[in-house]
Write a protein that binds this ligand. Sequence first.
Ligand code: AMP
Length: 429
Amino acid sequence: MSQYQAVKGTRDIFPEEATQWKYVERVVHTLASLYGFSEIRVPVFEYTELFQRGIGSTTDIVGKEMFSFQPDPKGRSLTLRPEMTAGVMRAALQKNLLSLAPVHKLYYIGELFRKERPQAGRQRQFSQFGSELIGVSSPAAVAEVITLMMHVFESLGLRGLKLRINTLGDGADRARYREALQAYFAPFHEILDDASKERLEKNPLRILDSKNPAMQELVDGAPRLYDYLNGSSLQDFEKVLFYLAERNIAYDIDHRLVRGLDYYSHTAFEVTSSELGAQDAIGGGGRYDGLARELGSTADVPASGFAVGMERLLITMEKQGLFAALNSPGPQVSIVLQQQDLLDHALQIAWRLRKAGIKTEIDLAARSMKAQMREANRIRASYALFVGTAEYTTGNYTLKNLATSEQRTLSLDAVLQILHEPAARELLE
Ligand code: AMP
């Protein structure tokens, strides 16, 4: 064993699990493309200010969870991305994407870094996939991203997920609500925990986010933002719900679901999985019409998006047995070498098969023929191709179908042909 261990809060993904990741990623790529979203890949680190502005300095992420570093004494502080939206919006503004077309639909899959206390379902390096619809903001746009997200879950076969949805109204609604919250919490100042006391002044909406059980009763009695919405905000929300209903997407309205940042407006949503423990959120998102201005844009660049945690999604799928049928296909051919002095010749054959697009395995550990056959069966190879002295001298090789045990002696060209024949290929499926 090495004296080194993976850093706490990070983990290795070994081949079997990597197959599960690739499967989920393939579904994400396929469905994102079905909805007209194109992939964007942004850098893993950005200037720290981007996240301070883009996520908000009163949030836990910016307050205590960022991995920041200074590359040189005079350099600007950099931070490993703790979420994707700020980077994607930065990229879109930097490239002036909206001058090319009024709407851009982007999606991503990538790693994020947060200095959280590691526990089940909470890592310091984790991954998300998500989408950002940039340029318009409307019930139709936000319904589009929710629908894509739910379509991915459905395609993966996930059961028992809960979509909770709420509206945060517009800026004026929230200004009225903020005052109402401050008026409600002020008499309880003494019993507020320290975090809530701080939030009372700066951002009382975030008190509603409190995970402290001691605060729950107080939070439950607080006024609801819903009661402070103006007519057009209400209509906006109704329309989002209408789209979801039309598409058979079940939801629960949750008036406590808030995003405590001013650039969020109208719809906010979260999906939870009953298969996860305390960290049961699998994804979420909303509309963030004010983010671009926060990042220095002089024009309004409205947007909606979602982000889903890959690890929690995979944990849920594993618990629901959704990977059971997922086996990466074995090689088409496993070369079985009768004598080690023919290794170079056999390697040349392997190379020719692979150049012809035939998935080929060959033993590099100088194992006995028996052991090579055992290995060919273990890796579920469809055919064994024997290479021995007779084959070497005649140029004819024995190809054995491992499913039927039928075998034929053929030239290499004939072998290549058989393995390319559709009928032979079907046999391999
Ligand atoms: P957020 O960006 O905080 O809204 O998170 C969106 C999703 O990312 C969550 O619902 C989780 O599934 C996932 N997630 C967030 N933080 C972590 C973490 N530290 N470890 C694993 N997954 C996470």
